[in-house]
Design a protein around this ligand. Structure first.
Ligand code: TPP
Ligand code: MG
Length: 344
């Protein structure tokens, strides 16, 4: 549907002007490199049996990192399993992310205003709406943002969340990362709609399509959606067009369902890190000589986070009984006792 143009900053002459300050653009670039370095490390650790199943962000760094930079620390983040980069920018150290993947003691978000990463698809969207409503009722200068995928738009929770948010003008952003695939299901089999952004129209809310591999465009669109939400103009559905370059998780083999040419077409010039790097070079903000330094710093940081995480004790199996109810119901108490006694 041609009435849904793709918002771009780093494109041809029809692109929107850049409003991101140089220092912030550089920070976004550094964080994108950090996320990719973290991803590579996590994949290696998984292959060595040192972390569990891991969903990489490879290819989606611009959407995750730039969107989170457009938020305030007072905003609530409701991430999906893949959004480690967004959590990191919001204040969750990579160390905590690895702890989570390793099944070790420690909490994911601590005092950061973020929900635990949602493994069930889209169940966190109504939660984000609730957080947004609560923030408004308490008079806070805060919004909520939910991260989910193209596949997430087919869930009932997506409808309920957007419908409710539209009626009550909740200050919430629905950030859909359209990465082309929901495991082995392509977007063309996910919906008969020409775009995902146009679904906003049915809910009476604002909808935008943005080039999700254009970090500057993502930043600008999220910032504007946030300002609209705070001004009482209601929620926004953002469709960020990106691509999952890697497997869905370390348990997936994408060569079984998609062509190598498709993947190759998203590498090189379309790679979000290459695109922002080229832009920063052209503006003289990042010199080719600085590149190696950015990578080395990222590597050192990631290694440090892994060391710190591996120094933490493993979670005791009995802890699975905790953190579910404030007061444990009798049935669970009984199961706990059976478990501690060797179980049956
Ligand atoms: C409610 C629910 N149904 C099914 C699954 C299994 N599942 C895990 S990821 C996934 C695909 C999600 O695709 P998408 O929403 O596009 O997100 P992406 O992984 O591409 O970021 C499915 C079906 C699940 N986790 N939760
Ligand atoms: Mg997807």
């Amino acid at each position: 549907m041609e009435s849904w143009p793709i918002y771009r900053v780093m494109g041809d002459e029809s692109s929107a002007p850049n409003t991101v300050p140089d220092a912030l653009a550089l920070k976004i670039y550094q964080d994108m490199v950090l996320l990719r370095t973290f991803d590579e490390k996590a994949l290696n650790l998984q292959r060595q049996g040192r972390v569990g199943t891991f969903p990489p962000s490879l290819g989606q760094e611009a959407t995750e990192i730039a969107s989170a930079h457009a938020l305030s620390k007072k905003d609530w983040m409701a991430p999906s399993y893949r959004d480690h980069g967004a959590l990191y920018v919001h204040g969750v150290p990579f160390e905590n992310v690895i702890l989570f993947a390793m099944g070790r003691a420690g909490s994911l978000a601590g005092d950061v205003r973020a929900l635990p990463s949602s493994i069930p698809i889209s169940t966190h969207l109504p939660h984000a709406v609730g957080l947004a409503m609560a923030a408004r009722m308490q008079g806070e200068e805060a919004i909520a943002i939910a991260y989910f995928g193209d596949g997430g738009t087919s869930e009932g929770d997506f409808h309920e969340a957007l419908n409710f948010a539209g009626v009550f003008k909740a200050p919430v952003i629905f950030l859909c990362q359209n990465n082309g695939w929901a495991i082995s299901i392509p977007v063309s089999r996910q919906t008969a709609s020409a775009t995902l952004a146009q679904k906003a129209e049915a809910y009476g809310i604002w909808g935008v399509r943005v080039d999700g591999n254009d970090a500057l465009a993502v930043y600008q669109v999220v910032k504007e959606a946030r300002e609209r939400a705070l001004a009482g103009q209601g929620p926004t559905l953002i469709e960020a067009l990106t691509y999952r370059l890697g497997p869905h998780t370390t348990a997936d083999d994408p060569t079984r369902y998609r062509d190598a040419e498709e993947v190759v077409s998203w590498r090189g010039d379309r790679d979000p890190i290459v695109r922002l790097g080229t832009y920063l070079h052209q503006k003289g903000i990042l010199l080719p000589a600085d590149l190696e330094k950015v990578r080395e710093t990222a590597q050192a940081w990631v290694n440090q986070a892994v060391e710190a995480a591996e120094a933490m004790p493993p979670v005791k199996p009995v802890e699975m009984f905790e953190h579910v109810y404030a007061a444990m119901p009798p049935r669970l108490v009984q199961q706990l006792q059976e478990f501690e006694g060797g179980g049956r």
